[in-house]
Design a protein around this ligand. Sequence first.
Ligand SMILES: [Zn+2]
Length: 248
Amino acid sequence: MKRLIIAILVMVVCGLNVFGAEDPFSYPLGTVIIDAGHGGHDPGATNAWSFAGGTIYEKEFTLDIAKRLHALLAVSHPHLQLVMTRSDDVFLSLEERCSIAYQTPLQPHTSALFVSIHVNSAMTDEASGFEILTKTQDKRVTLLDAFTPIENIPLYAAHSQLSLNRLLNQRNLVVATIFEEAMDGSLVTSRNRGVKERDLWVLNGSRMPAVLVEVGFLSNEGDARNLVSPQWRQRMAQILAQAIEQCM
Ligand SMILES: [Zn+2]
């Protein structure tokens, strides 16, 4: 008996799921948090291009793609709970974006996904293409605390924080790979810069599986020409919707 208790304690300390509780991140996707990067007095990346008639702003493209994505998912998946961190040109702090995510009550036995949309920029105009950012695996996230909605407590209560972080990391890699493959197969003119781990506030603080998609570079002429095209932004929204469908 003593050995069994010690074994269970070791497993709990190591973050193993001793009581067979279900992985809360593998439940069917019921909620998508769509986060349009920047906004208001924070324009994000900017660049001036003569073909665009002047300066273009990251915050406008992220909001436009986010709205298109929301519209597509609302039609194709009417039962999905869709939450936009912003739907206008307003400033939101990173903390506010995260608290919108982790304070959203989830339906029982469903999971959530945080999708943050951004546009890249570089000192050189050579850099181009998309990349998928995911939380650094060794960054620990608090999933259960006083701010967790009552509805969401049963999702996490059967696990240790270590176990939840291990499961979250596993799910993050699956989700990031799904997004990378969806974009790689659909954006044939754009360079795939791959999946990268990043210690970013929204990826850690959203407390749920999360990706940050850098859809292209404002500082690259080819990418900037894509970004100013409504058809290209619609295509990007469709690809993101398809990736989200594959996460369901
Ligand atoms: Zn950005």
